[in-house]
Design a protein around this ligand. Structure first.
Ligand SMILES: [Mn+2]
Length: 367
């Protein structure tokens, strides 16, 4: 979301929490309106875990409003805390004084359905109230409708701190930079690359973990001992085979949830010696050949060649194309191992094992 003027410079709001000894924390970030994943992941948490949502509850996924309501209801039934992510401060839609530039942004966001991701929380509220979203809509009237009908939801968002501090941990969505203001704390890209060591363990989301790796698609939480930094964004919604991670403290263990069915592999498979991960931001390829549902791509920057499912092509101009995140990594597997099946193709099974994405070329047995 575009930084509202007020958020650029205001200091982050810090909430100090006392979490009793013996309580386990489950930190979860970047749900992005994917309520099914949140429910699936909560089923893997203990009923008395303290849930800390590390921002980006909303936007991009299918059900931001449902997720917001679910979290608000959950907080009435068990201990739930949340920090605000760069996709969460929608109270500003109603609270900010009318501003031409800001309103133009909101209008474009609503009409463009979040740059193609789909309706976000405000659009869902408006549709629920029967307000049509169109380039010529009356934004002031729309704000009044949201204000009149979603008081509790707006109050919940208004109350979100940007940083939660406990005796032992810090939780912040993007990164810890209080001197730079609230917005920076919500949106520090690639925080791990610039962070300085923290006084206590700091848990962040925001930057999908897979983007910290070059040649492998690895969505497992990164525990950086030197920085005392734990990064947990499993790429839920943003990556087609992303997952929602929960990181448990003080256990330093984790669980994850995705929607892919489990299967058992029948034969051993050695890891590929060479493999690559073409990803968002570095995804320009030349198409060299087409065969069945696959295209042979040469990654422009590295010259690396791999077969890619043709429907991974995002845009194409002649033989030049941009492709959706993809790898050719063959996972190291033993007969009997359980994988999650992302997709079956004529060139093997796109799958995941323990948070790492890749391919398996053998036969599987459904569980
Ligand atoms: Mn996010």
């Amino acid at each position: 979301m575009r930084p509202a003027p007020l958020l650029m410079t205001t200091p982050p709001r810090v909430e100090r929490l006392h979490i009793g000894p013996g309580r386990r924390i489950a930190a979860i970030s970047d749900i992005h309106g994917n309520l099914d994943y949140l429910k699936g992941l909560l089923a893997k948490c203990a009923p008395d875990d303290v849930i800390v949502l590390v921002g980006d509850l909303l936007e991009k996924g299918p059900d931001s409003l449902g997720t917001l309501r679910y979290v608000m209801d959950l907080a009435r039934r068990r201990e739930v805390h949340a920090v605000c992510g760069n996709c969460d401060f929608w109270q500003n839609f109603c609270d900010l004084p009318d501003d031409k530039e800001q309103d133009a942004f909101y209008l474009q966001y609503l009409v463009g359905r979040n740059r193609g991701w789909g309706d976000g929380v405000i659009a869902q509220m408006l549709r629920e109230q029967g307000v049509a979203i169109a380039p010529d809509m009356d934004l002031a009237a729309a704000k009044a409708v949201v204000r009149a009908n979603y008081g509790p939801e707006l109050d919940f968002l208004r109350a979100l701190p940007h940083i939660i501090e406990t005796e032992d941990y810090t939780f912040v969505h993007g990164g810890l930079a209080p001197e730079k203001g609230a917005f920076a704390c919500m949106k520090l890209d690639r925080y791990r690359d610039t962070a300085r060591p923290h006084a206590k363990w700091t848990v962040v989301g925001h930057w999908p973990l897979v983007l910290y790796h070059e040649d492998i698609v690895d969505a497992r939480p990164i525990v950086d001992e030197a920085l005392k930094l734990i990064s947990i964004d499993g790429g839920c919604v943003l990556k087609d085979d992303g997952q929602l991670n929960a990181f448990f403290l003080p256990d330093m263990t984790w669980a994850s949830y995705d929607r892919f069915p489990a299967a058992r592999v029948r034969t051993d498979q050695a890891a590929s010696r060479r493999h690559w991960y073409i990803r968002h931001g570095d995804n320009q390829v030349r198409i060299l050949a087409e065969e069945g549902e696959f295209v042979l791509c040469r990654h422009i920057r590295t010259g690396y060649e791999m077969w890619v499912p043709a429907d991974h092509i995002l845009t194409r101009d002649g033989d030049r194309a941009a492709v959706n995140d993809v790898t050719d990594y063959r996972l190291p597997l033993r007969a009997g191992d359980v994988i999650s099946v992302v997709r079956r193709t004529s060139r093997g099974i796109m799958c995941k094992k323990d948070g790492i994405s890749g391919w398996y070329d053998g036969e599987i047995e459904k569980l």
